[in-house]
Design a protein around this ligand. Structure first.
Ligand SMILES: Cc1cc2nc3c(=O)[nH]c(=O)nc-3n(C[C@H](O)[C@H](O)[C@H](O)COP(=O)(O)OP(=O)(O)OC[C@H]3O[C@@H](n4cnc5c(N)ncnc54)[C@H](O)[C@@H]3O)c2cc1C
Length: 421
């Protein structure tokens, strides 16, 4: 089959890889000049099945209200005259109940575990290098209240199949000695030994190279304008434009992996996705003192930050801001991240040379992505991966390749569209 994959972020490229391996002819359309230049560019780097507690949880509404209007809040709703934002917020609130939390955690852990396995197989098979670290992820807490509050979600994640071990403050320091600077201030933590980290941008670039070597065709600098529909609920192609290009690319099937660009393309077909762009920031610092720098990937839940070691760089990413498609760097928010890093690891990085970045997570209210078919027989969705797109990319790509090839994916997940055969 000739399959057109829309978008060359980590999701689109992983999808192209698996489709090509399944024997399909694949074309990838991307508006930028290279892969992974948008949200997959400088994210937190974590392959974190253990990060399966969605923002939508019973504690979230009160937390968000408390943070409203605080410029440096870890999670900041900037209320706008934007009906899409209000609609999204309404559905977000509906996901905050205990039963929805349990359901969503199950989905995210199942997909995350599956995806991490697929990534490991891909690595073993291809030898792909992307500053990966396979030393687990440690979630640490600096307040007793936050540590106690985290217990319920940890229990749900364990029940769903995530290996997550509780650690005392001293045991956290044993896992990552760089946390010794926080001795006396840590309340406890949880360690997921199977989780990993690595540079999503480097991975996507390398995988795109491997795809090209298999015959996948990348067409950069082209924007998908619309999907061309035929009779009998099917897509016949994609209308694209670029510099001196305006054409329809024929397709036997199409997979939408456009991140925050997905809703606009699908809206005219009557497919309404609840994806809202949620802005996050990252800071990348050169390592200054390797003895003081962490190498186990870390999560600081209270500040909504994750820390990964990418070779000789420290990547710190996170926080969430609901402000539409705006990508400007807000000094107050960047400084809040730098302050926290300096507090935790004062000598680890070179604070004089920070690289600052902002990206838009394609967030659904539940944090569970749209994965599967649509009411059009040959149109598939692999989008809305929110905070976990790097964690889920390889598994989601593999599952879509299975669905499109008429096979049942080996993951227990509520796929959208018609049930898998
Ligand atoms: C601060 C931050 C930290 C994060 N940390 C982590 C983490 O530690 N672990 C984790 O798992 N996830 C993390 N994430 C989430 C993860 O980065 C995203 O979920 C993931 O990158 C989404 O990938 P994607 O391919 O779906 O979207 P994108 O990377 O945005 O790719 C979509 C592509 O589609 C292209 N496009 C859009 N519209 C069109 C169009 N009409 N025509 C042609 N091309 C188009 C875009 O140019 C883009 O290249 C983080 C995100 C942020 C912002």
């Amino acid at each position: 089959m000739k399959v057109v994959v829309l978008g060359a972020g980590v999701t689109g490229v992983a999808t192209a890889w698996h489709l090509s391996r399944a024997g399909h002819e694949v074309i990838v359309i991307e508006r930028r000049e290279a892969p992974a230049l948008e949200t997959s560019y400088a994210n937190g780097g974590q392959i974190s099945v253990s990060h399966a507690e969605p923002w939508a949880n019973p504690r979230a509404p009160w937390q968000i209200l408390r943070w409203l209007g605080r410029e440096d809040a870890p999670l900041l709703f900037r209320l706008r005259a934007d009906p899409a934002q209000w609609r999204w917020a309404w559905f977000f609130l509906r996901e905050c109940t205990p039963s929805r939390l349990r359901h969503n955690i199950r989905q995210l852990v199942a997909l995350g575990n599956y995806s991490r396995n697929v990534l490991q197989q891909l690595r073993a098979e291809t030898g792909i290098q992307y500053d990966q670290m396979t030393r687990g992820i440690l979630h640490f807490y600096t307040s007793q209240a936050a540590w106690s509050g985290a217990q319920r979600a940890m229990q749900l994640m364990r029940e769903a199949g995530c290996r997550l071990e509780s650690r005392s403050a001293e045991e956290c320091i044993n896992v990552e000695p760089a946390l010794a600077s926080m001795r006396g201030r840590l309340a406890g933590g949880s360690y997921s030994p199977d989780d990993e980290s690595g540079d999503a941008h480097r991975f996507t670039r390398e995988l795109a190279g491997l795809c090209s070597a298999r015959g996948v065709r990348f067409r950069f600098g082209l924007t998908a304008r619309s999907l061309v529909t035929g009779k009998h609920r099917c897509i016949t192609g994609v209308r694209v434009f670029g510099q001196e290009v305006d054409e329809a690319i024929p397709a036997d099937a199409c997979v939408v992996c456009l991140g925050t660009g997905s809703s606009a393309l699908l809206h005219p077909l009557g497919i309404r996705l609840r994806i809202y762009p949620v802005k996050g920031y990252s800071v990348t610092l050169p390592v200054r003192d390797p003895q003081k720098a962490y190498s186990v990937s870390l999560t600081d839940d209270e500040h909504k930050l994750v820390f990964s070691r990418l070779g000789e760089r420290l990547r710190i990413a996170g926080t969430a801001e609901f402000i539409g498609h705006d990508l400007t760097l807000n000094n107050a928010r960047c400084n809040a991240i730098l302050r926290r890093v300096a507090e935790l690891f004062p000598e680890a990085g070179d604070f004089d040379r920070p690289l600052l970045w902002a990206g838009l997570r394609p967030a659904t209210p539940s944090n569970v992505p749209y994965l599967g078919g649509t009411r059009y027989d040959n149109l598939y969705l692999n989008t809305g991966h929110g905070t976990l797109g790097w964690t889920q990319a390889c598994g989601a790509g593999s599952a879509i390749a299975d669905l499109l090839s008429g096979r049942r994916p080996a993951v227990d997940f509520s796929f959208c569209g018609p049930p898998p055969r």
